[in-house]
Design a protein around this ligand. Structure first.
Ligand SMILES: [Zn+2]
Ligand SMILES: [Zn+2]
Length: 186
């Protein structure tokens, strides 16, 4: 037995599922359809589901011989900013999840590692890492407000979208050039 000390799950945590209502008989099924608050931020640096945002869970819990198969969708509002122009981004993201959680002391529990197959803790399922992985995978690492976002002017930092087409900093450059010239003439 190589039992590792386990952190105890809080059954009232929004992304912890209680399977007590689900008979441990293969084929038994329960649905979970509810809105919860994201217990933590889920996502990447520039984009993610903020802590406290509403997550709509639409899940099916199915008893299989070695554990519980959780499948369905999680939907939440994503907030972020464009990687080029820093404009605020907001969209609704739906991720599909499908994950097996093995019963403690089942054959699967004894023959696989916890990073291969997730485990139930007693009757509880910790869905947070699964949702987190699915959200992170679905999000772009370099989010853009639109595919051809021109970004910011490197000189003044204004978004190109807000600047006139002939925007340029040549004038300033010319003045600097003149100053440089004066100095060399001294
Ligand atoms: Zn942009
Ligand atoms: Zn500029």
């Amino acid at each position: 037995m190589q039992q590792q000390p386990k952190t105890h799950l809080n059954p009232r945590s929004p992304l912890v599922l209680d399977t007590r209502e689900l008979p441990r008989r293969p084929g038994a099924m329960r649905t979970v359809s509810r809105a919860v608050e994201a217990p933590d931020r889920l996502g990447l640096d520039l984009i993610g589901v903020p802590k406290g945002a509403t997550l709509d869970l639409d899940l099916r819990l199915e008893s299989v011989s070695e554990g519980v198969l959780v499948s369905g969708t999680v939907t939440g509002a994503v907030e972020g900013e464009c990687g080029r122009c820093l404009a605020a981004l907001g969209e609704t993201l739906t991720v599909r999840i499908q994950e097996l959680f093995a019963y403690e002391n089942s054959t699967t529990d004894e023959t696989t590692d916890e990073d291969e197959v997730r485990r139930l803790q007693g009757d509880l399922i910790d869905l947070e890492p699964v949702v987190r992985d699915a959200v992170v995978t679905a999000l772009p690492t370099n989010p853009l407000c639109r595919e051809d976002c021109p970004g910011l002017c490197a000189e003044c930092g204004e978004p190109w979208d807000d600047l006139p087409a002939d925007h340029t900093h040549d004038q300033i450059d010319a003045r600097w050039a003149a100053l440089t010239q004066l100095r060399t003439e001294e």
